[in-house]
Each structure stands twice: as C-alpha cells, then as structure tokens.
Design a protein around this ligand. Structure first.
Ligand code: GAP
Length: 440
C-alpha cells in the first residue's frame, strides 16, 4: 500500500521531546554539548527497548524449535570483514559541498546541499562505514580490528560450532540481538540512523531448493510481527528491491517499510543471501562450512534467508505509531497507545492520598504485582495529573487505592485507552492482569 494516513506535521518533534522530557531517550554526552550520532536510553527507554528485544526473542527463538540463539563478539579481526565483503564494498558515496564544505551522502540529498542550497559538489568517493580500531598495545597492521557493522557475521563464523553442538539440520536458524556500529556520513532523524545502534537478526539456513519459499515465508512472518505489536498495517508496506539495487551478497531483498514523518523508509530488511556467506568464509578460513544430509547422502552449502531488523529503529517506529492526542473530560491529552508488552511500565499503582493507611495498602498491592509486571508507583499531585502522566508514557493500566479500599479490599483499575474504570478485589488483582494481558 503506497498511500498512508495524514500524519501530524509535528509528530517527530513531539515524540523526540516526549522521549527526552520523560526519560525514554537522551542525546549522548549532552553535558558536553552532545555527540549527535549516539543516544542514551533513560529509565523508561531502557525498559521499552528491552521489551522490543524480548518480544523479538520470544517470537524468533522461544516459540520455535528450529531457531537457536547466539551472542557473538562485537570486536573482530579484518579476516572476517575481508571474507564478508565489507572491507571492499561496505561503502556509501561521499560528496563535499564546494560552497559550505559540509559532507553528505550523495544518494540522500537530491543534488542540493541541505545546509546552504548549493548544487556544486566534489565527485563522489567510496567511504567505508566500518569503525576501525586497534586491539592490544602494539600498533600496526597486525593489531587492526573492526567494530561489527552487523551482527550477521557472528552467525556465519559460528555455523559449524552451532551445527555440531545443537545437532540442528536445515532448515534452522541462528538469532542474535546486539549492538552494531556504522560510521554513517549523515546520522539523522533522531534514532532512525545513528552510528551506534542495536540490531535483531536471524540467519535461517535452508536447502537451496527451498530458499525462495522460505524467503516469502519470512517476509510475511516479519510483517505480521510488527502488526501484532501494534503498528497499524496502513503504516507498513513491503518494498522489493530492484535487481540493480541489491547488496553485494543478496539474491533478493524485501524491506518492511514504515511510514515515518519524512515518508516511507526501511524498518527491516529480509534478504535471500544465497550461499554467499558460507562460501566466502569457507574460502577465506580454509574450514569446510557445509551440511551433510545423512538421509540423502548429499553434501551442500545451505542458502541463508535473513530477516534483519533494527531494535532502536523499531522502538522509534513503535513510539511514532503509538503517539496520539485525544480529548478526555474536556482536556487534550497525549497518550502513547503502546502494546502492553512494549510499555515501559505495565501498571502504575496510585494511592489517592499520601495518608499512611493508604500508602500501606498501596505498597502491599505494589509488592504483589511487581514479581509479575513492571510497575510504577506515584503519589505526587492530583489523581487526574497522575493519570495523564501515565497516559503519556504508555502505561496501559492504573490501579488507584482509595479510602473505600480500606473497607472493601478492592481497587479501581483504569484502562489507558478507553479510560473506563472497574473495581477489582485486591486478592484477584494479579489474576485480573494475567487475564487482561495473556500472551497470544
Ligand atoms: N545483516 C544485514 C543488515 O545489516 P541492513 O539493512 O543494513 O541489513 C538491518 O540493517 C536493519 O538494521 C535495518 O533495517 C535497520 O532497522 C537497522 N539499521 C541499519 N543501519 C542503522 C543505523 N545506522 N541506525 C539505526 N538502525 C540501523
């Protein structure tokens, strides 16, 4: 679908401000003037980012018996990146504006300098996006190391280890969540494109004859994952890359695109990498990386289908899709309609007043809920203000403890989206929330 609903023209600013003001995402090293290309995840953001990654892990590893996990090193030797092709081809076209001297990624500026409007640039040159560093105390060629620009290569270099330790056979996958680093020429649009970010990638090894079928399967499975977690389908589309735009390793790539405030752009890429990676690593390392099928007596190099998503970019998409303004009791409120699995807090416990007897019961309620749910506790200001604060950070349920609670041993549970309230006995509260939030 190419058309998308009208977005609030200030949506990105509103979400960026909310993220900073409420403690989701802070610009890094802000007290030193900021660092533009990296961000820090605050008390709410760290919960939400963790929830995004956990939701991915749950669907990609926990609920499947054909995918196992991995946590590989971030720092690696040049040999890995020579084999993967990154040393040679992981580049973007860099141009300098001849007037203001700013540097830009040529394919992102439509021939006009975003800084000064000039249309005169140097010829583009290939700029390698990998961060190069040195491992150990001795400088020189032998100590060069790179920060990984994708998590994927760890899955290929460990292919034989995983095969021999898990006795999995194709089709099977290796999944990993972790940091990647790219020296992006123009980091931009908040956490959409940063130099340090987190990825959620899975390499699915399949018999070559099944590659096309699995490629289509993973496009649909991944599309459905974003929808299941609350992104409206009209804000998502599939974009299949033209042959001439494919990466050096790809036989086919389809992006799941999201409708950001600046238009359609990538959220996740699903690629058919063929046998490129295993063949390259086998060639460069001298180690055989293939699969012997004892049932057919056939030896072959599996093809790889790779769904590769951004965790930090994904969190931005979830925030943008969840941000709404509506009118409640004559007042405009900002509300994050986050799925309960992603919200930084699932429940807020709110004593109606600071009176010790109410605080006592409220602390007991909190202690009963905390082992099961991420909870906030807030006693300051009016109950109305506290509801608005929780709405704005996406807390799906507020539990209000009032004076009646001392007599009827019940509390009021308020729903963020409908603002309806129900009375629930304290003894049933955990069960009540298990029922309302039962995982699908
Ligand atoms: N292993 C394949 C691979 O890394 P990619 O399309 O370059 O493919 C996968 O990256 C996903 O990682 C992207 O769809 C995006 O969500 C995220 N990503 C890539 N570069 C990023 C950056 N500079 N900042 C934030 N997220 C990024």
């Amino acid at each position: 679908m190419d058309s998308a609903p009208e977005l609030d023209p200030e949506l990105l600013d509103k979400v960026t401000n909310l993220a900073k003001r409420r403690g989701f995402i802070f610009p890094s090293a802000e007290i030193y003037g900021g660092f533009r290309s990296t961000y820090d995840y605050g008390p709410l953001g760290v919960n939400m980012l963790r929830n995004v990654k956990n939701a991915w892990w749950r669907s990609m590893v926990q609920l499947r018996n054909d995918v196992v996990g991995l946590d590989a090193a971030i720092l690696g030797p040049p040999a890995v990146w020579a084999a993967s092709g990154h040393l040679e081809t992981f580049t973007d076209p860099l141009v300098d504006c001849l007037k203001c001297k700013e540097r830009w990624r040529e394919d992102k500026i439509d021939g006009v300098c975003p800084n000064c409007g000039s249309t005169k640039f140097t010829s583009p040159r290939a700029f390698n996006l990998m961060f190069k560093t040195q491992a150990g105390p001795v400088e020189g060629e032998g100590s060069v190391a790179y920060l990984r620009p994708e998590t994927a290569q760890g899955m290929f270099t460990n292919f034989a280890n995983v095969l021999s330790t898990t006795r999995k056979k194709p089709p099977f996958g290796i999944a990993q969540v972790g940091k990647s680093f790219r020296n992006e020429i123009t980091p931009q649009n908040f956490v959409f494109r940063t130099r340090e970010f987190e990825q959620m990638e899975m390499e699915y090894f399949v018999p070559p004859a099944e590659a096309e079928e699995w490629y289509r399967h993973w496009i649909e499975t991944r599309f459905a994952w974003w929808v299941d977690l609350g992104i409206p389908p009209e804000l998502l589309r599939r974009h299949e890359h033209a042959k001439e735009d494919l990466s050096h390793y790809s036989r086919g790539t389809t992006d799941v695109e999201f409708y950001y405030p600046w238009g359609w752009d990538e959220l996740e890429g699903i690629a058919n990498r063929g046998d490129y990676d295993l063949t390259q690593h086998a060639k460069f390392s001298g180690v055989t990386l293939d699969y012997f099928d004892p049932t057919t007596n056939e030896r072959y190099t599996p093809y790889v289908i790779e769904p590769a998503a951004g965790a930090t970019r994904g969190m931005l998409a979830f925030l943008l899709a969840a941000y709404h303004e509506d009118v409640v009791e004559g007042e405009t409120r900002a509300v994050l309609r986050l799925d309960w699995r992603l919200a930084p807090y699932q429940i807020a416990v709110l004593p109606l007043s600071k009176k010790p007897e109410l605080e006592g019961v409220s602390k007991d309620v909190l202690a009963a809920l905390q082992p099961h749910f991420m909870c906030d506790y807030d006693v300051t200001q009016s109950i109305g203000k506290r509801y608005r604060r929780q709405d704005e950070i996406g807390t799906p349920y507020c539990v209000t403890v009032d004076f009646e609670s001392l007599n009827d041993h019940s509390v009021t549970v308020r729903d963020r989206d409908t603002t309806t309230q129900v009375r629930v006995p304290i003894a049933n509260l955990t069960h009540h929330f298990w029922e309302s939030t039962a995982p699908s």
